[in-house]
Design a protein around this ligand. Structure first.
Ligand code: ATP
Ligand code: MG
Length: 332
């Protein structure tokens, strides 16, 4: 049986970028992959690499759990759980810190970027984040890790950690492979299409679409997305980042190839294109929002999270025990 692992940080409300780059693929993989066990978690430990207000953190954790299900993850098929409730993540995280080198951590782009913006008071865990991420994946011997483009470097370091550990202590971990969607791996901001749409970056609300946004606001945000003045619809990331991003969103949500969209919208105005796209996004989000309302605040949600935690713990604790033994920690 193969295993798939992935998680999302509860650092804010989920965006259309998270949906297209992550959630939508989890659901597709859940429906397509056979003989694969899914471990999907809410990465609350990763969230505290930056300051989180307590009540927001709690709220975001539950919201994300509900959104996972609302987007179509079947909690009976998938093990859905909260990272901090499976303490083996933090424990193996420490072992991974003792496997990876500081220089390797310092080379991570995400760390370098955050560092560049926020010179002081950078939490140590922001630097060591990739070690915990390696632990998240290796605990389950995951062979498939669906990730957006921003996570490829972290997955590479996970492979380095697994390979090094196996070399030092004997074959212990499966080397994972990333799975990045062909389109939609990097949805850009609507107001600044040269930067990734993100749930925690300090941006104007018009830059991002939240999955739980009011649907009229969603329409407005798409209609006011920044585009160029050339009024021709085709894909050119460099010179037409706004239109290219909208084409990517359109294509990801409809599974229509970008080339086919370009043909369909030849000689059609940006305004008309945007209003078509707005309706596509709204119809996708309205289904998610309906299901979300049905599950949030219900006891079932906690039961799913309990079941997910127990299943995750069973696998994780066995693995951690083996790791400690391999290293020579504790006693026989
Ligand atoms: P943060 O700003 O806190 O890093 P985020 O929106 O980047 O938040 P993450 O929790 O880091 O979200 O990532 C969750 C998943 O969503 C990852 O698989 C990531 O690759 C994917 N993802 C995040 N932003 C985008 C985006 N703009 N386009 C496509 N995928 C994305
Ligand atoms: Mg991120």
């Amino acid at each position: 049986m193969k295993r798939l692992v992935s998680g999302i940080k509860p650092t804010g409300e989920l965006t259309l970028g998270n949906y297209i780059g992550a959630l939508k693929n989890f659901v597709q993989l859940q429906n397509e992959l056979e003989d694969t066990e899914f471990f999907i978690f809410i990465a609350d430990l990763h969230a505290i690499t930056t300051m989180q207000e307590k009540s927001n953190l709690r709220k975001n954790i539950k919201n994300i759990a509900a959104i996972y299900i609302a987007c179509g993850l079947d909690p009976n098929k998938v093990n859905l759980f909260i990272q901090s409730e499976v303490n083996e993540h933090a424990e193996l995280g420490y072992v991974m810190e003792s496997t990876l080198y500081i220089g390797e951590m310092e080379r991570m782009i995400q760390y370098k970027e955050k560092r560049a913006n926020n010179e002081e008071a950078i939490r140590t865990s922001l630097l060591t984040y990739p070690a915990l991420m390696a632990a998240d994946i290796l605990l389950y011997d995951a062979s498939i890790v669906p990730i957006g483009e921003d996570q490829t470097q972290h997955l590479e370091i996970t492979k380095v950690a697994a390979t090094r550990f196996n070399h030092l202590y004997g074959e212990t971990f499966t080397i994972p492979s990333g799975f990045t969607p062909k389109t939609g791996a990097r949805i850009m901001g609507l107001q600044d299409p040269t930067k990734k749409m993100s749930k925690s970056a300090d941006k104007t609300p018009k830059d991002y679409i939240l999955l739980l946004d009011d649907l009229n606001q969603v329409r407005n945000k798409i209609k006011s997305a920044i585009t160029d003045s050339d009024n021709k619809i085709y894909f050119d990331k460099e010179n037409k980042p706004g239109i290219s991003n909208l084409l990517t969103i359109y294509s990801s949500l409809t599974n229509i190839k970008i080339d086919d969209l370009v043909a369909k919208y030849e000689n059609i105005s940006y305004g008309e294109f945007k209003s078509d796209l707005a309706e596509i996004v709204v119809s996708e989000l309205s289904v998610i929002q309906e299901r979300y309302k049905e599950i949030i605040g219900k006891k079932e949600l906690d039961l799913y999270l309990d079941k997910g935690r127990e299943n995750a713990k069973r696998v994780a604790s066995r693995k951690l025990k083996k790791v400690y033994e391999r290293i020579g920690l504790g006693r026989k």
